[in-house]
Ligand binder design. Structure first.
Ligand SMILES: Nc1ncnc2c1ncn2[C@@H]1O[C@H](COP(=O)(O)OP(=O)(O)OP(=O)(O)O)[C@@H](O)[C@H]1O
Ligand SMILES: [Mg+2]
Length: 225
């Protein structure tokens, strides 16, 4: 069931080459590591996936360590934390043996983030639906534009209420920012799965969080195709 659902998401999506997705946003706590981990876990069920953690906080490294220590093993993922000037070479090396490379980045715009964006086929910018988060995302989008890399905003932790939603939509429209036509709600399943070294499609494949994650993945792949 889980694999079938993911294959449906990936249906028709054939990699002529490996792809690199960089998750970046200078605002802390936007959901970069959560998004990177969940995309990696979902894709690992059906593709060869490597995750790269270039954030000195190493949240994704910890997630991966928990995943490796599980008594019930999860789908295999290659992990790397090479950063700095060695990143480009590491991407070249991993591209040869993997279908998808996912890079989690620190909440700053620095030389490392720029290198990770430069190497990407798509820059995924998670953003919580509040004006300061949207303003912060603009710096990351500008960097992607400077590096001539396609980027998409992905709304994360979207509450059910309409008021904030309308304000957010207004901010996005006023700034002419395009947003992925799929989003993630504010769901405890994401933190529960992360604590177990899993993604929501593994820990709770029938949850609303998993449904949303698959929709986000599908919409992201459509941006690359
Ligand atoms: N969709 C979601 N629903 C509920 N909680 C979420 C969601 N996305 C992220 N979170 C929670 O928000 C917090 C911050 O998420 P995360 O660590 O992924 O952000 P980050 O952008 O990587 O942060 P940093 O900039 O510090 O690296 C975590 O506690 C995470 O569990
Ligand atoms: Mg993080």
């Amino acid at each position: 069931m889980r694999i079938a659902a993911l294959c449906a998401v990936l249906g028709g999506w054939n990699f002529g080459m490996s792809i690199v997705i960089t998750v970046a946003q200078q605002k802390g706590g936007a959901g970069k590591s959560t998004l990177a981990a969940n995309l990696a876990a979902a894709l690992a069920a059906v593709r060869r996936v490597a995750v790269l953690d270039i954030d000195p906080q190493h949240s994704l490294a910890r997630w991966h360590a928990i995943r490796m220590a599980r008594t019930a093993p999860a789908a295999a993922l290659t992990f790397s934390d090479l950063a700095g000037w060695r990143l480009a070479g590491e991407l070249d090396r991993l591209r040869r043996t993997h279908d998808v490379l996912l890079i989690d980045t620190p909440p700053v715009i620095d030389a490392d983030s720029r290198r990770a964006i430069r190497g990407a086929n798509l820059v995924a910018v998670p953003v919580q639906p509040s004006p300061p988060d949207i303003w912060a995302a603009e710096g990351t989008l500008k960097l992607a534009a400077e590096e001539k890399r396609p980027a998409c905003l992905i709304l994360n932790r979207v509450p059910t209420g309409r008021r904030l939603r309308e304000t957010t939509d207004g901010e996005l429209r006023a700034r002419g920012l395009a947003v992925l036509p799929a989003e993630l709600g504010n769901r405890a399943a994401f933190s529960h799965a992360f604590a177990e070294g899993l993604g929501v499609t593994e820990a709770a494949p029938r949850s609303q969080a998993a449904v949303e994650l698959r929709a986000v993945l599908s919409a992201m792949l459509a941006q690359i195709a």
